[in-house]
Ligand binder design. Structure first.
Ligand code: DX5
Ligand code: ZN
Length: 223
């Protein structure tokens, strides 16, 4: 199963209900990013890449030039916590992003953005903050490859899981049995289990994996 390409890039995963683990490099040592990624490469399914602009969220990370330097076989799922996400589609496609995840709160014309993302050969994901109602996604849900439910207010790693995410996951799973539903923020073995039970099939985890004494044990604990 692990070598099946359709599982690797997330297709058909929801149907099979095998959970995918997507380590967030936000908690990795950026001074040796490729070595950090290599340490989890054979254990993970996709790589979660947090891009922050200091405007949409009160923190800054990095942009497409750094993403272009990442060396891995894992599909790069780029989570853009930025204003004007439409400005960055081309740059992230050139940086070999597999999926471009934008925030519904930051997009002026989400349908046009999804078309643009697909036109550049990437999958399209949409994310929503803990304070944003699911209703905000109504028009885009039939169009996206995945929904990233935020279980913390985006901006920083190591925050506490907000249970408001669980109800959103349950409602989404009930309405969309085949949708890829990811959850991001405060995920550990316990909260990850609650999210899996609610219907999430992709778990994003930063500090729980990268700050663990044994990353393989941490990842196994999420599955
Ligand atoms: C938060 C980011 C997350 C972050 C999660 O704004 O979107 O991806 O890395 O970190 P943990 O897993 O430590 O909560
Ligand atoms: Zn993220």
């Amino acid at each position: 199963m692990k070598n099946d390409e359709s599982l690797r890039d997330g297709l058909s995963v929801a149907r099979l209900r095998r959970v995918l683990i997507s380590p967030s490099i936000l908690s990795a040592d950026f001074g040796q990013l490729n070595e950090e990624i290599a340490s989890i490469e054979t254990l993970a399914d996709t790589l979660h890449v947090d891009v922050m602009d200091g405007h949409f969220v009160p923190n800054l990370t990095f942009g497409a030039p750094v993403v272009r330097c990442i060396r891995t076989k894992l599909p790069l799922h780029c989570h853009l916590m930025v204003e004007n996400p439409e400005h960055y589609v081309e740059a992230f496609a050139e940086a070999h992003a597999a999926e471009f995840i934008f925030h519904i709160e930051a997009s002026k014309d989400a349908e046009a953005l999804i078309k643009k993302i697909r036109g550049h050969g990437m999958k399209a994901g949409v994310s929503l903050n803990p304070g944003t109602e699911l209703g905000a996604l109504e028009k885009v849900l039939p169009l996206v490859d995945s929904v990233l439910v935020m279980s913390v207010n985006p901006g920083f790693g190591g925050q506490e899981f907000m249970p408001v995410a669980l109800e959103k996951i349950r409602v989404l799973r009930e309405k969309f049995p085949n949708l890829n539903i990811a959850v991001d923020g405060g995920i550990n073995a316990e909260t990850g289990k609650l999210c899996r039970e609610a219907g999430a099939n992709i778990l994003v985890a930063g500090s729980f994996i990268f700050k663990a004494n044994d990353r393989a044990v941490a990842i196994a604990g999420l599955r």
